[in-house]
Design a binder for this molecule. Sequence first.
Ligand code: HXC
Ligand code: NAP
Length: 267
Amino acid sequence: MQNAFKDQMLAGKVAFVAGASSGINLGIAQHFARQGAKVVVISRSYEKIIAAAQTMTDEGHSAMGIAADVRDFASVDAAFKQAHDSFGKVDIVISGAAGNFVAPALGMSSNGFKTVVDIDLIGTFNVLRASFQYLNKPGASLISITAPQAVNPMMFQAHVCAAKAGINMLTKCLAMEWGPAGVRVNAISPGPIGDTEGMARLAPTPEMEAAVKARIALRGYGEKRDIADTALFLSTDNARYITGSIIDCDGGSKLGDAGPDALGEFK
Ligand code: HXC
Ligand code: NAP
């Protein structure tokens, strides 16, 4: 991942990234490690999270993988304790664990709906709530990974829309409650990001992918480094007066259908 910022912006910091065995969150963890942070990554799969941590230690960075399910508060709390005991107080928390499948509401059971709400919304509450006693306060930065589904209703995504909308409101409530302790609470809403499980599920064919890309103002998918750079900004002192914000990093996709050619003869 290329670095648009000066090196080692997170030297001396400790970052805890939930849902980081793959995809966008692993990209954030790796970017943070290259910026000098000691990084703890968690996910359900022991094998996957150990391998994820190893991608960072192989480059000479300090990183540790812990298997923990964000649906289980005790396992998240234990992971924070282990992180704190090994690396010290936590400066940055990324809550990005999520689950998704494409199904109409009538095609999912109550447990199917609950599963996604449990991972995305309850999991985010668990991660942020558990983090509080381990944080380096004042100055800590908490960031949840939400999605456009939080504000744009989407067919076949009732579970994800409901869960991510909850994350947006949770972000704002915790920002109000924890601001006096010097803890900033924000969220990043990525647009469609290439080479991710999320888009593999939402646009599985080349035709669907091309159709999505053609409607985005900046045309095309974003990259994992786009979200990593946004998370880096929010994690530094440059963002010291930003809290309770949902930051869109989406090429303008939230604006709606930008497919028609408005430039035409003016190109
Ligand atoms: C209907 C489904 C289903 C489907 C699962 N279920 N898949 N229902 N259609 N395609 C139902 C099951 O039948 C079951 O209900 C319930 O969901 C739980 O299923 P399990 O497989 O037991 O759950 P679990 O092992 O906990 O797995 C969770 C999961 C899985 C979400 C279902 O896909 C997963 O682990 N996902 C993690 C990876 C992921 O999704 N990454 C993408 C993140 S992107 P019953 O009633 O049968 O018990 C993202 C979207 C962002 O979040 C937006 C992008 C733009
Ligand atoms: P991904 O690679 O599937 O990442 C999801 C991660 O969550 C995996 O590491 C998974 O690891 C972990 N996870 C799932 N359930 C968990 C649980 N119960 N406890 C702990 N960890 C769990 O997907 P992605 O596409 O990169 O998405 C990452 C984040 O970005 C998600 O929050 C998603 O909603 C958001 N997002 C993605 C896009 C996109 O274009 N991809 C767009 C908007 C928002 P294990 O399987 O090892 O547990």
